[in-house]
Structure formats: C-alpha cells, structure tokens
Design a protein around this ligand. Structure first.
Ligand SMILES: [Zn+2]
Length: 107
C-alpha cells in the first residue's frame, strides 16, 4: 500500500539517528502518531526539518526527544533553555539551572 498524505513513519537520518518521514510538511513542535512496521503506534514530537526528498514529496524531520533533569525529572522544550558552554550547545533546566541530558529516543 502506498503511503498517504499525513502518514508518518520512522526513517534513518544522515546523522544515523532515527527521524520522522512524512508525506507532506509537519510543524516542528507538533506531536504526531507514528505507526511502526509491526502496527504499534507511538507519539513523537516533531523536531527540526532535516531534508525534503523532492521527487516523492517526502519530508524528513528530527525527533524532538525531550530532556531529563537529574533533580526535576522529564522536561519539555519549554522547560529548558539552550546554553553555550565551551562552544558546545547544551540545555539547562529552567527550574533548577542544572544541565539536562537529551532523553534517548524510545524511552
Ligand atoms: Zn531541574
């Protein structure tokens, strides 16, 4: 069955990370339901736009993974701020200010 508009699946990005593959454009920050090959459904948050495969009208997006603060627990994008330290971009918890790690995809 050919993919239809609105269908979202997983795709490997050039970075090697898993991303979202959509027929048509998505809005970064919106949540989408992804159907896995085994029929299981998962909700993911759309991250930045990665690439458009013009021939097929397919767009690839990163997955916004969320963050985990050692003190406050899971954080959303609105609950962290980007900080630069030694020319590396990090995220800090808005509540306690400690550096937060990106949560692994699928966790
Ligand atoms: Zn915190």
């Amino acid at each position: 069955m050919a993919p239809q508009a609105g269908d979202v699946g997983y795709a490997k990005l050039r970075s090697g990370a898993w991303g979202l593959r959509a027929m048509g454009e998505l809005t970064p920050g919106e949540t989408v339901t992804v159907t896995k090959k085994n029929g299981e459904q998962k909700t993911e948050t759309v991250g930045r736009h990665e690439v458009t495969l013009i021939d097929h009208g397919v767009h690839l997006y990163a997955i916004e993974t969320g963050w985990r603060c050692g003190q406050c627990g899971p954080r959303t994008r609105a609950q962290v701020r980007q900080v630069e330290r030694d020319e590396v971009c990090l995220y800090a918890c808005r509540a306690c200010g400690s550096t937060v790690d990106e949560a692994a995809v699928g966790s």
